[in-house]
Design a protein around this ligand. Sequence first.
Ligand code: SAH
Length: 226
Amino acid sequence: MSTDVRHPHALGLGMTSERSRHRLIERLRGIGAGDERVLQAMARVPRHQFVDEAMASRSYDDTALPIGYGQTISQPFVVAHMTTLLLGEGEPPATVLEIGTGSGYQAAVLAELVRTVYTVERIPALYRRARTRLLEIGYRNVRVRLADGTIGLPDYGPFDAILVTAGAETLPEALLEQLREGGRLVAPVGGREGQRLVVIDRHADGLDRQELDPVSFVPLLPGVEE
Ligand code: SAH
């Protein structure tokens, strides 16, 4: 048994999970989910370390999984798709704000691709778990905050890109205000009739909005839980 100290990701990572992770990435590539940069980033992130042990055997299935407190880690297909939309065509954004840390998995994928990730969670237990996990795996460029993401992170913005991973009936105005010119926001938006992915680009002369695929995220809720 050897431990490769150059790769903190490899700690506690059996060959089984490595192989199933690569199978998952191959599958995503096969169905055209996510561009190559994103798929290669996802190939480096140990998703099994972002779910409870009881769920670990399913961590490389292409499905959302429960993470406790009524919340879920997103489906890999959706992570690949949203991350690809967020990066856009050119240089990747330097700073990204994620609303809805959850397990911390999406933040880790972003951390592989951009300089600094700010991620916000409203449930204290999930916040603590994700923060510890990201540190233990070795992510130094993720700032995790316990806060109400509907007001964004005004002290740290504006951001080059904003990714919302909980569904809002209407997009909070504060998030649009914290989006830098030339920046892009991706969010699931919609009420009872169903959510759709919305992509908003901020240009010098205003906002450009596209509505894309139907999605199904847990709700974006106001306030921080006690
Ligand atoms: N990105 C996560 C999955 C998101 S699940 C991952 O990779 O695992 C959605 C998360 O958004 C939940 O953890 C939920 O508690 C959180 N959330 C909902 N409303 C929020 C708000 N206003 N501010 C911050 N987090 C919020």
